[in-house]
Write a protein that binds this ligand. Structure first.
Ligand SMILES: Nc1ncnc2c1ncn2[C@@H]1O[C@H](COP(=O)(O)OP(=O)(O)OP(=O)(O)O)[C@@H](O)[C@H]1O
Ligand SMILES: Nc1nc2c(ncn2[C@@H]2O[C@H](COP(=O)(O)O)[C@@H](O)[C@H]2O)c(=O)[nH]1
Length: 254
């Protein structure tokens, strides 16, 4: 068996991952009530996932798309299920798995979901399969979910890193949602109606690891990559090690 030297950074990464697994373990013990914790780590193994949350229109998809484009070997998107209708540019299996309410309810009853929520009149949910597929490909799994989803994930042992994306104001949120041109008046008012509450929960101490105000896309993206800098560095290193230094993003921007 060939042995090789392990760099300090790789060791640090192992420690980080170990702490992640240990964190998940103590999280289970810490509840004092194991039955309340939904166990997902036993079926989903891999690098620590990342949750992006924030009110509808805050810019989560915009930032995620940029990240997934720049670091396509390092990050993967957890494709959620939803009962809402696809938008003109959306493809089934890419942005979402578009399903009927009946099918989704059955899948939820069958325990196929890590979390699910009713949002703006539709069901949304993260399936175990969606996360597992990204993890199996050796990528860091990115979840784009609402605040109900955040609350639910916190009751599991998935133990992701939580990043809140905030708009500069509620007025700019409305302007962006209207500008996107995807919502009916009814959907718009439902989304705006919960935005304030969502942000209040998001701002509570300890709920999110990072809070990014998306007043300027480039600045917000820069802050997102900084929040994920350790993940980016280590994932790039691993890819480069696997491909023997011949492939993958080197993790250095510019
Ligand atoms: N910093 C910004 N300044 C101005 N417009 C922005 C900014 N960031 C995103 N937008 C625009 O705001 C709209 C909403 O952004 P986006 O779809 O990324 O939000 P979202 O948080 O993913 O929404 P949802 O939760 O509904 O999926 C889009 O039209 C996007 O181009
Ligand atoms: N709890 C969950 N929320 C989800 C999931 N997938 C997306 N979302 C959130 O829904 C709203 C609306 O999304 P839109 O595409 O209709 O604009 C947004 O806040 C998403 O973050 C999910 O699997 N679970």
């Amino acid at each position: 068996m060939a042995l090789r030297r392990v760099s300090v950074e790789e060791l640090r990464w192992c420690k980080h991952q170990h702490a992640y697994l240990r964190g998940a373990f103590f999280l289970q013990l810490g509840t004092g009530n194991r039955s309340k914790m939904t166990h997902v780590k036993s079926i989903i193994a891999g690098p620590r996932p990342v949750v992006l949350a924030g009110p509808s229109g805050a810019g989560k998809s915009t930032l995620l798309q940029q990240l997934l484009k720049e670091y396509k070997d390092q990050f993967g998107f957890s494709v959620s299920h939803t009962t809402r209708n696809p938008r003109p540019q959306e493809e089934n299996g890419r942005e979402y798995h578009f399903v009927t309410r009946e099918l989704m309810k059955t899948a939820i009853e069958n325990g196929e979901f890590i979390e699910h929520a009713e949002f703006s009149g539709n069901l949304y949910g993260t399936s175990k399969k969606a996360v597992r597929e990204v993890q199996r490909a050796g990528r860091i799994c990115m979840l784009d979910i609402d605040m109900q989803g955040v609350r639910s994930v916190k009751k599991t042992d998935l133990n992701p890193k939580y990043i809140l994306i905030k708009p500069p104001s509620l007025a700019s949120l409305e302007e962006r949602l209207r500008g996107r041109g995807t919502e009916s008046e009814e959907s718009l008012s439902k989304r705006l109606g919960v935005a304030d509450e969502e942000m209040k929960y998001g701002e509570m101490a300890g709920v999110f690891d990072y809070v990014i105000i998306n007043d300027d896309v480039e600045k917000a993206y820069q802050e997102l990559t900084e929040a994920l800098s350790e993940e980016i560095k280590q994932a790039c290193k691993q890819k480069n090690t696997l491909s023997n230094g011949t492939g993958g993003h080197n993790g250095i921007k510019g």
